[in-house]
Design a protein around this ligand. Structure first.
Ligand code: SF4
Length: 581
């Protein structure tokens, strides 16, 4: 039975015959411009807020606009997607092709870009309905800042299906797509193929933990709320098998705020993986308490190789951390081969300048493979933002432009204990100290991979297959990278020793072949590393390529075929980088 929306929900008169264009905001992104791009806020997640000060060792990588991809694949109407267009390529598209509905998604810092895109649409496509979604939809008075027809908050797949008169109860079609692209580190391209990159998997959106600052939780309903695209382990397993077949991958980046929280689904997935001998690797987000509720055997069985976990700060009052010794937890996970990305917030209510040194030292002591540092920032839509708004603490736009409220620069409110922008220095100190003490994240990653490999005998053959696959590059490329790191740090006793010890352990584990090839590969990597340093010193930055994709209906329409009913299928993603803007 098709779902009949409440009368207040808008419906497009052309229903599934409407032609739809979806677009992310235009680039370039890593520059300071009049539309709100900021050099300090590039489109690369890791460079932006994780390995920010690791120079040529930083992990550079882009991620697609997965929300738009999911919407496109679940529409029966012909739908075209532009991901990371430039202003000229976006303009060209709307000049050349007529659309009935144009949807744009962005974050709050993108208001200037969305405003410009709306103006262009009004100029070239005055009849098109403009729909705005994503985090930007939570910006207060957005309707007065931009010229749009509909501003949609929350989950967009079902909204678009209802808007276009489609049944919104059919199973969600999952795109087969890689989780990242353009990956680089130490001056080397890390490859975007199935062996190098995980596929994206989106089982749910939202997180019921509802931490007061969390904008992703708030976007999908906040505390106690979440939306499952796949309710059961069986459904998820089928989706994963489809993606595995299509992309030839064996690893998945699970884009779910708190994947392991859905315990029944996760444990059923584990059963199916065991029964079918799947040695998949899963990278997940998980809160600490939830993670701790699983045994190491279960985590290894599920293929959990990477966890993004909130550490927030010592003695922070979040439920998700109650009773958890995060130092011990990280040590336990990493000692068993599970790479941890720890996330620390600076500037919590109880933080004071005098304590920042010990707060940073505590965070750095975790020695996680990756460490994200963010300023405690009220984002519109979150309970924290509501609280500051109520108390009149938020800085007006004239004092602090909201495009700079991305958590990597300054507080966008009057903090009771910090003044004059000193928080930026603490933030940079945290990144610096983590890097200076623990070394490049890649070196930490290799150590943790080795830990996992050395404990392989504790696990089933199925798990051993994964550990063997994940640690295989330690025999050559990764050991070469460690050799290059050792040379690079010849004047830094601490990090030289760290690299030397790791290399000794790798040699002991993998023998003479590794010992033989390592210096040859290492010399090459060292030369690339130095070249990359020069490139970065000259001010070079990276931008994502442009993706143009169509769903099956749009492709069929182009070929002159009638639009047909869409079976539940894994669609093909075609992409081509833009060569020139
Ligand atoms: S546990 Fe993580 S994802 Fe969930 S609400 Fe808190 S910060 Fe957000």
């Amino acid at each position: 039975m098709p779902h009949h929306p409440p009368v207040s929900e808008p419906r497009h008169p052309l229903a599934t015959r409407a032609s739809v264009l979806l677009s992310s905001v235009f680039g370039p992104y890593s520059q300071d411009d009049q539309y709100g791009s900021r050099k300090a806020n590039p489109m690369e997640l890791y460079q932006n807020q994780v390995t920010r000060l690791q120079g040529a060792f930083s992990l550079r990588m882009f991620h697609r606009s997965f929300g738009l991809m999911m919407i496109k694949e679940n529409l029966d109407a012909p739908c075209t997607l532009l991901d990371f267009p430039t202003l000229p390529s976006f303009t060209e598209q709307i000049r050349q092709q007529k659309y009935d509905v144009i949807g744009i998604s962005g974050i709050i810092a993108n208001v200037g870009k969305v405003k410009k895109m709306c103006e262009l649409i009004r100029e070239y496509q005055p009849k098109a309905v403009i729909v705005i979604g994503g985090h930007i939809a939570n910006k207060e008075r957005l309707d007065q800042m931009i010229d749009a027809d509909l501003i949609v908050r929350g989950e967009g797949i079902r909204w678009f299906q209802r808007y276009l008169g489609q049944d919104d109860k059919t199973p969600i079609r999952h795109p087969a797509a890689f989780s990242g692209f353009g990956s680089k580190s130490m001056g080397l391209e890390l490859g975007d193929g199935p062996k190098d990159t995980a596929a994206i998997l989106i089982p749910s959106v939202g997180c019921p933990m509802g931490c007061n600052f969390c904008s992703t939780s708030a976007l999908f309903g906040g505390k106690g709320k979440f939306i499952n695209f796949y309710e059961t382990g069986d459904e998820l397993y089928d989706v994963m098998c489809g993606v595995e077949k299509k992309l030839k991958v064996r690893s998945f980046f699970v884009l779910d705020e708190n994947f392991l929280l859905h315990r029944k689904r996760a444990l059923r997935l584990l059963e199916l993986m065991e029964a079918n001998g799947k040695s998949w690797s899963l990278s997940v987000f998980s809160s600490a308490r939830v993670l701790k509720s699983y045994s190491m055997e279960q985590l290894q069985g599920l293929g959990i190789g990477f966890v993004w976990m909130g550490l927030e700060g010592e003695e922070s009052a979040y439920d998700k951390l109650k009773g958890v010794d995060t130092l011990h937890l990280v040590q336990h996970l990493q000692g068993n081969g599970i790479r941890v990305l720890g996330s620390t917030i600076l500037g919590l209510e109880n933080h004071r300048p005098a304590e920042m040194e010990s707060i940073i030292e505590y965070a750095v002591r975790h020695d996680t493979v990756f460490h994200q540092f963010m300023l405690y920032t009220p984002i519109p839509g979150t309970p924290l933002h509501e609280e500051h708004q109520r108390d009149g603490n938020l800085l007006p736009e004239s004092e602090f432009p909201f495009v700079d409220a991305h958590g990597q620069y300054r507080f966008n409110y009057r903090h009771p204990h910090f003044e004059n922008g000193e928080e930026e220095n603490y933030l940079l100190d945290a990144f610096r100290q983590d890097f200076a003490t623990n070394g490049p994240s890649l070196m930490r990653l290799f150590r943790v991979l080795l830990n996992g490999w050395q404990k392989r005998d504790l696990h089933s053959l199925r798990v051993q297959r994964r550990l063997s696959r994940e640690s295989a590059p330690l025999r050559s490329t990764y050991s070469g990278a460690v050799w290059a790191m050792k040379m690079y740090y010849k004047n830094d006793d601490g990090l030289w020793t760290k690299a030397e010890e790791l290399l000794t352990d790798i040699y002991a584990e993998f023998g003479w072949r590794t010992r033989l090839v390592t210096p040859i590969i290492g010399r090459y990597i060292l030369s690339r590393l130095k070249k990359e340093e020069l490139r970065l010193a000259a001010g070079e930055s990276y931008e994502p390529g442009f993706y143009f994709e169509e769903n099956a209906s749009a492709a069929a329409l182009k070929k002159g075929h009638p639009v047909e009913e869409q079976p539940n299928r894994i669609p093909e993603i075609s992409a081509f980088p833009e060569l020139a803007c």
